[in-house]
Design a binder for this molecule. Structure first.
Ligand code: ATP
Length: 392
């Protein structure tokens, strides 16, 4: 293994290969490298970049730095901090930073919502609903798919966008494969059971998990929201990655989100993370419609008795404590798992089953909480309960 000193030399040599087009020099010669710290393969870089450079320029520079330094033999991890000359001076003099710092979703104080730029709605889409979870593996994607299908079953036009960058699972859950076409410079979503679907999974070469850096995540999500042809939808359901991070922030910055649904199981661990997720959406100024309790209970197929495997009434109590609603409970049911594995969601595969009924009720609660706007020209706002109206 290389010692820190040798590695530092190699890192600086790699930085010398990066050209800053505005200055016409490499970034070392252009005095843009403020600090290089190396410790046991972890490289911490502070790069100076003027405030007036565009976001795209910053992202491009950051990407080039990551690519070059990550390729250096012996580097395990790279952290890049871009700072303006003013911020460097301020830091050196010990002055506090001015108030509107870049928001960090996990720990951002409520006041930061003011620094999120205004976002424009997606043309042709009625409402955007994020399906999120604090913790992985609680059934968020399964709920997103079946919820979308349940909304559709009740007459709405629905799209499903998978931005789960850590493990896009919608292609598997829906049995969908293929590359989306591009028509008139717009990406055309694939279709499954009448849903329009877009997923990062359609664009990945294999199943290798990819660690995407913040700016890349933001870029992908923006493209999926802006460059995909979603026109003519009532609801766009967005399957978020678990946790609190760049994807949530990117979504909030790109389009107005009409509501977020948090999926959890009744276990204490999942609930702690669900509360964190809920808090993050509040920080991002996104209305949390409520919580979905997945794997809520299990009905024994032979004796028909109900078992609350992960706990009983815990989610309802937590929803109350967090001042939100329990939107519904989905039972733990083998048909749900089987449907997911086989690419035939339970709402389609077993339309009369109790679990499908639970998804239809959930869809009703969500459509009631986020009703569509009245068509333009009609001034009377649609009342809550539109779902019941469509069903009647
Ligand atoms: N109500 C349910 N009954 C039975 N199995 C379920 C239920 N909900 C989800 N599952 C199963 O649990 C597993 C995890 O579900 P899913 O992939 O939807 O979770 P997730 O929260 O989206 O995970 P990730 O962290 O990967 O995003 C899948 O095998 C799925 O079929």
């Amino acid at each position: 293994m290389k010692d820190d000193f040798t590695l530092k030399g190699d890192v600086i040599a790699a930085l010398e290969s990066i050209e800053d087009s505005a200055k016409g020099k490499n970034i070392v010669d252009a005095h843009m490298v403020e600090a290089v710290q190396v410790s046991a393969g972890v490289v911490d870089l502070t790069i100076i970049i003027e405030k007036d450079r565009s976001k795209d320029e910053r992202f491009a520079l950051e990407d080039k730095i990551y690519d070059a330094v990550e390729a250096v033999d012996g580097v395990r991890e790279v952290k890049v901090k871009l700072m303006s000359p003013e911020a460097i001076k301020r830091e050196a003099s010990g002055e506090p930073a001015p108030k509107q710092a870049t928001p960090t979703p996990a720990a951002a104080p409520p006041a930061q919502s003011a620094s999120i730029p205004a976002s424009a709605p997606i043309e042709g889409v009625g409402k955007v609903i994020a399906v999120a979870s604090g913790k992985g593996g609680v059934g968020k994607s399964t709920v997103a798919v079946n919820l979308a299908l349940a909304l559709q079953k009740n007459g709405f036009r629905v799209g499903l966008l998978d931005v789960d960058i850590y493990g896009p699972s919608l292609p598997t859950l829906l049995g969908l494969a293929g590359r989306p076409a591009v028509r008139e410079r717009r990406i055309v979503p694939l279709e499954a059971d009448g849903l329009r679907v877009m997923s990062l999974g359609f664009l990945m070469e294999d199943d290798t998990p990819v660690i995407w850096r913040g700016p890349i995540v933001t870029g992908i999500i923006r493209q999926f929201l802006r460059d995909v042809d979603w026109s003519g939808l009532d609801y766009l359901i967005v399957d978020m990655p678990p946790g609190t991070g760049d994807a949530q922030l990117a979504l909030a910055q790109t389009v107005p989100v009409d509501g977020a649904v948090i999926v959890t199981t009744p276990s204490d661990l999942a609930l702690i993370d669900a509360a964190r997720g809920l808090q993050m959406f509040k920080t991002l100024n996104i209305d949390v419609i409520g919580i979905v309790e997945n794997m809520s209970y299990f009905v024994c197929p032979s004796c028909q008795s109900t078992h609350h495997i992960f706990g009983k009434e815990t989610v309802e109590a937590e929803a109350k404590r967090l001042e939100t609603k329990l939107l519904g409970g989905i039972p733990l049911d083998m048909a749900v798992r089987k449907g997911g594995d086989e690419g035939r969601p339970v709402v389609i595969a077993e339309p009369e089953s109790p679990v499908t009924k639970a998804f239809l009720e959930l869809a009703e609660a969500i459509a009631d909480a986020v009703p569509l706007d009245a068509p333009s020209g009609d001034d009377t706002p649609k009342k809550k309960g539109l779902f019941s109206f469509l069903k009647s």
